[in-house]
Ligand binder design. Structure first.
Ligand SMILES: [Zn+2]
Length: 298
């Protein structure tokens, strides 16, 4: 096993690559690498459960001449873990209250037990991967004072690559989308993805507003890229996410919902609220977009 075993790469266009970090069947962390500016820009930084991400990008994609920065869509463990490998880290400061918990080693390795599993349905951790990662993980922890703060509406100019920040806190308190206008590509992070959880009615209404706002800012032919879904998506995907949220907020079209999908099996939780209750969870689908919700909310 070596540090490059956890990565694959694909060239999406001349100035854009995707590196996929994976530890097993339950992890697909798509990390986008933007070329053509004065700095190499990396969108999100992976889990950092081993430390080869930057070396991999330098070896196969960018070379070592330019500074390399990471722009975080949010700071959940699978996005923030590798951040200290980079020369600069850009993040929305609204994430800061959660940063200590998100970068916590104990949580990272707890999540890794699921990420490196052999099965989606039951716990089946790959102990060889765990052992390798215990020896090779990114030990440095991202500090608030080392971050360059990004707020809604900011334009990050990397000398040839410009990214516009669009606040969209539908997945974490500071989730931010980055729109690369010259290429008409939106890096939406986990704010817009095929599988999310319904946050309850009050927050759901709020989330719907943020999704509507994002939709209103995007051209019809925008290309959507996110960290966990493989492919390039169109505006209809965002519309399906919006529809799915709207159905749950308005409690409509839910008659056919069932319990079909698998759950995350994370063990390390910040607040122990007792056992999770999958039997009381249902999934609502609009096309291939899924929102899991708790029956007790309805
Ligand atoms: Zn994620």
């Amino acid at each position: 096993m070596n540090e490059f075993d956890f990565y694959t790469r694909e060239k999406l266009q001349d100035n854009l690559w995707v590196v996929t970090e994976s530890y097993g069947v339950n992890s697909t962390f798509r990390i986008y690498v933007l070329l053509g500016g004065e700095k190499t820009v990396v969108i999100d930084s992976g889990l950092g459960a081993q430390s080869g991400l930057r070396r991999y990008i330098e070896t196969y994609i960018s070379g070592t001449e330019k500074p390399m920065v990471t722009v975080l869509t949010h700071t959940h463990p699978d996005h923030v873990g590798g951040a200290p490998l980079f020369d600069e880290v850009y993040v929305n400061p609204k994430e800061f209250p959660d940063l200590a918990w998100n970068r916590n080693h104990y949580r990272r390795f707890g999540d890794l037990e699921w990420f490196c599993g052999h099965s989606r349905w039951v716990d089946d951790t790959d102990h060889d991967v765990m052992n390798f990662c215990y020896l090779h993980f990114v030990r440095e922890l991202l500090q608030e004072e080392d971050c360059i703060q990004v707020n809604d509406g900011d334009v990050l100019d990397f000398g040839g690559v410009k990214l516009e920040a669009i606040f969209c806190p539908t997945h974490s308190i500071g989730s931010t989308i980055y729109y690369w206008r010259s290429e008409n590509i939106a890096f939406v992070g986990d704010a817009i993805q095929h599988w999310n959880g319904f946050p309850g009615h009050e927050k759901g209404k709020e989330y719907l507003g943020w999704i509507e706002r994002f939709l209103s800012m995007m051209p019809e032919d925008v290309k959507i890229l996110n960290p966990h879904d493989v492919g390039v998506f169109g505006i209809d995907f965002v519309r399906n996410v919006r529809q799915c949220m709207e159905d749950l907020v308005e409690k409509k079209n839910l008659e056919k919902d069932s319990r079909a999908g698998y759950n995350n099996h994370f063990h390390v939780k910040q607040k122990r609220l007792g056992p999770t209750m999958p039997y009381f969870q249902l999934d609502h689908y609009v096309e291939d977009v899924r929102l899991g919700y708790n029956l007790f909310d309805f």
